[in-house]
Design a binder for this molecule. Structure first.
Ligand code: SAM
Length: 254
């Protein structure tokens, strides 16, 4: 098997998601809701069968599962940076390929390219959008969700280093999208989760692997200080909020 070449950031992201993989599916409630929303948005535009589909950053298959339930897809390939995702996908897709989407050999003549909650990990999204567009057939669909600049706004305000490199608000997607793609649906709508304290909140981040860029190590005193500052700035009725800031986009190639 060919070995996959990764840069240090990709290695760190892969390690973080690999560590959270066993717990990801059951703890990623926001991502499950986002994936469902993406499929519902696509369904508003596409009702017929889809011949060739490709998904990147599939994780444990929240999006794949809904897509396969709600569309008649003849052939589907999935990708993730983490090779172990293959196991979760083996009954859901026809093919799986591991590696970073930035340099992966993507199948051609696709009728659908999709991805939920993964594109924020790609630093050069304009380049990615051009590549994706080049692999779509005319009339083919692009269904994407990422996160906007309000993602984990509480952590950002408290100076966390957990941010992904590519948070992008709804209004900024069109500048990154090639002209040959018509954007037909664009929505940004935050989801707030509430936690009983800093520890369950940090556990949630760890179990879903989403703090891939964070290098923080937590001593007892650091945790106490973090909780005090978090509660002081954002706490309500003894609970701590964590804001997800999803952006959904559906586009069609001319
Ligand atoms: C938050 S999870 C989303 C998983 C799934 N799509 C969902 O909706 O639950 C993000 C996924 O993107 C993958 N990922 C991150 N960077 C990637 C890259 N450069 N290429 C392919 N996959 C990547 C991660 O390994 C992880 O499984």
């Amino acid at each position: 098997m060919k070995s996959i070449v990764l840069d240090p950031d990709q290695r760190r992201v892969r390690q973080s998601f690999r560590r959270g993989l066993a717990s990801y599916h059951d703890h990623a409630a926001a991502q499950a809701q986002i994936a469902r929303g993406l499929v519902t948005a696509l369904r508003a535009h596409v009702s017929g069968p889809i011949d060739r589909a490709f998904e990147f950053g599939c994780g444990t298959g929240h999006l794949t599962e809904h897509l396969r339930k709600r569309f008649d897809i003849t052939w589907m390939m999935a990708n993730d940076l983490v090779p172990e995702c293959r196991d979760a996908m083996k009954d859901t897709v026809d093919a799986f390929v591991a590696g970073p989407i930035e340099t992966l050999s993507i199948p051609t003549n696709l009728n659908l390219i999709c991805s939920a909650s993964a594109v924020q990990w790609i630093p050069d999204q304009a380049q990615l959008m051009q590549r994706l567009s080049d692999h779509l057939s005319p009339g083919g669909w692009l269904a994407l969700s990422g996160f906007g600049s309000g993602q984990f706004r509480e952590l950002q305000a408290l100076g966390s280093s957990a941010a992904a490199p590519g948070y992008c608000d709804a209004e900024d997607w069109s500048a990154k999208t090639p002209d040959v793609l018509d954007i037909l649906h664009l929505k940004q709508d935050p989801i707030v989760m509430w936690f009983d304290g800093a520890l369950p909140l940090l556990r949630h981040l760890r179990k879903t692997g989403v703090n891939g860029q964070s290098s923080a190590r937590w001593s007892r005193s650091k945790l106490v200080d973090f909780e005090r500052r978090y509660a002081g700035q954002f706490g309500q009725k003894g609970k701590l909020p964590l804001t997800y800031d999803p952006v959904w986009m559906i586009a069609q190639k001319r």
